[in-house]
Design a protein. Structure first.
Length: 309
């Protein structure tokens, strides 16, 4: 089927109170793992390319790969630009056929964030493409953080309403206590559930959780057993993520888990079969490892069996 538009998939998720997995990819094996997992579980899925991925593989190449695999499945597949900060790269993705883009101007003052976001919304909506934006600062929140620092970092629900109304975005990534990367927290993760509920209640649009990789101990242990150095890697545990979805999150981003699963599988093959020179026999196990991670996440988010738009 054709590549789906982001808001069509997330509007249903918001109405039925589940979340759609959004998985970053840079190459064929990762993309195959994501879409095969979604197909087997009859789940809608969002595949994401960062600006770095556009530079690495090319926006048109990424689009063509997604379209080829979307044509082989009956589940909705959205192609999304993750954390678009460069106007030229956002235009590059739009011209290539991406069906969802994120404009990330969250590092700027509120008024400038609104201005840059509205500019992308006007262009993308004219092309039938959905837009995501971010508000607040994505930074892991722990027990040691003061109330003042916490409030300065996390999204202000009232500002979220003003932001949505001023920009016309389709879905919002509010800062609620998560962080990017494999080393998110020193202690336990602290996501502000009440803040998610309030933003959802006031904005009434799909909400996005960034920095939501789980970093499961099993994939970390496999990678470390064969030489990876990941001491201290820690993510968002399943119970925390499940509650975030219950509170109103409808799109959950993940990248780190797939990277670690890939590295672990490749390291094992290279360590146990040093004679192997066939890339297919090295990357094949990595694809299988990623597929299992994606299936776990889809089941966790409640999107399995939700493919029908």
């Amino acid at each position: 089927m054709p590549i789906s538009v982001g808001i069509e998939v997330l509007r249903k998720a918001s109405k039925e109170n589940y979340a759609v997995g959004a998985f970053n990819f840079n190459n064929m094996e990762t993309l195959q793992a994501i879409i095969e997992a979604a197909s087997e579980l009859n789940a809608p899925v969002i595949v994401e390319a960062s600006e770095g991925a556009l530079k690495y593989a090319g926006a048109r190449m990424l689009y063509n790969m997604v379209q080829a695999l979307a044509n082989q499945t009956t589940v909705p597949v959205v192609l999304h630009l993750d954390h678009g900060k460069d106007f030229r790269l956002i235009m590059y993705a739009l011209r290539a056929g991406f069906t969802s883009v994120m404009i990330d101007a969250s590092s700027f003052p509120f008024e400038e964030n609104v201005r840059q976001t509205k500019r992308i919304v006007d262009i993308a909506h004219a092309m039938g493409v959905s837009v995501e934006a971010e508000l607040g600062t994505l930074k892991g929140i722990e027990d040691t953080v003061s109330v003042e620092e916490r409030d300065a970092t996390l999204v202000d629900p009232k500002k979220a309403v003003a932001f949505v109304e001023a920009t016309g975005i389709d879905y919002l990534a509010p800062a609620v206590g998560t962080s990017h990367g494999a080393f998110k927290y020193k202690g336990e993760s602290k996501i502000d559930y009440d803040r998610i509920k309030k933003v959802k209640e006031l904005t009434k649009i799909p909400l996005v959780l960034h920095g939501a990789s789980g970093v499961p101990p099993s994939i970390v242990e496999r990678a470390e057993r064969f030489g990876a150095r990941l001491q201290g890697a820690k993510g968002v545990n399943d119970d925390v993520l499940r509650e975030a979805v219950n509170c109103g999150i409808n799109k959950v981003n993940m990248d780190t888990d797939l990277r670690i699963a890939t590295v672990g599988a490749i390291r094992e093959i290279l360590a146990t079969h040093p004679e192997e020179i066939d890339p297919r026999k090295i990357l094949g196990p990595a694809r299988a490892a990623m597929k299992e991670v994606v299936k776990h996440r889809i089941n966790l988010l409640g999107s399995a069996g939700k493919a029908l738009l």
